[in-house]
Write a new protein. Structure first.
Lengths: 113, 112
């Protein structure tokens, strides 16, 4: 499987600010996804990052709050905008291979004060 | 959309015993069922998966079974070891979709 990395690994932010999380895969992949994992909870899909077109968002997540970019087949960013303490969470990116298997990045731990 | 239920939420076993975690899914068209292990502070790691055309799959001490009629699948860990302690998540992907729907997770504790 390809190597997937995320930056930053963790951050502490003030409410009202925005944070952009980067996800890099070391080979071209078709599918990239962004998940949120709240403390002690399961993973919830935020959106599918589509290369060359707008991301596809799941119910409860909107582009204004979580803008996503996918400029090429190895890279994606997720921005958490106008943050509040409720946005404190782990944000994970993943990629999918042709067999539907998904592999996860190490995650970004976000704390909003 | 797909809904995945997972039981139990916590499970404690003695080292050397077996552990079984069960999941049910709602979409009869779902065709891919992975299991992930997440250790504290780490990313979810795929440990085994099964497709709808297979009833059982084994990998050393880990096995997964699938009952399509009943729409449930289970993870079996034999001869448990302390390093098996983690949170385990089941998931499902519907036909024609690449989106994983996760269960709520099972915290497995293996007591030495």
């Amino acid at each position: 499987s390809a190597v997937i990395s995320q930056k930053p690994s963790r951050d502490i932010c003030q409410r009202g600010t925005s944070l952009t999380i980067q996800c890099q895969v070391d080979s071209q992949v078709t599918m990239m996804f962004w998940y949120r994992q709240q403390p002690g909870q399961s993973l919830t899909l935020i959106a599918t990052a589509n290369q060359g077109s707008e991301a596809t968002y799941e119910s409860g997540f909107v582009i204004d709050k979580f803008p996503i970019s996918r400029p090429n087949l190895t890279f994606s960013t997720l921005t958490v905008s106008n943050m509040s303490p409720e946005d404190s969470s782990i944000y994970l990116c993943s990629y999918g291979d042709y067999q539907e298997t998904q592999y996860f990045g190490p995650g970004t731990r976000l704390l909003v004060l | 959309g797909e809904n995945v239920e997972q039981h139990p939420s916590t499970l404690s076993v003695q080292e050397g015993d077996s552990a079984v975690i069960k999941c049910t899914y709602s979409d009869s068209a779902s065709n891919y069922f992975p299991w992930y292990k997440q250790e504290l502070g780490k990313r979810p790691q795929l440990i085994i998966d099964i497709r709808s055309n297979v009833g059982e799959k084994k990998d050393q001490r880990i096995a997964v079974t699938l009952n399509k009629t009943a729409k449930h699948f289970s993870l079996h860990i034999t001869e448990t070891q302390p390093e098996d302690s983690a949170v385990y998540f089941c998931a499902a992907i519907g036909a024609g979709s690449y989106q994983l729907t996760f269960g709520k997770g099972t915290k497995l504790s293996v007591i030495p």
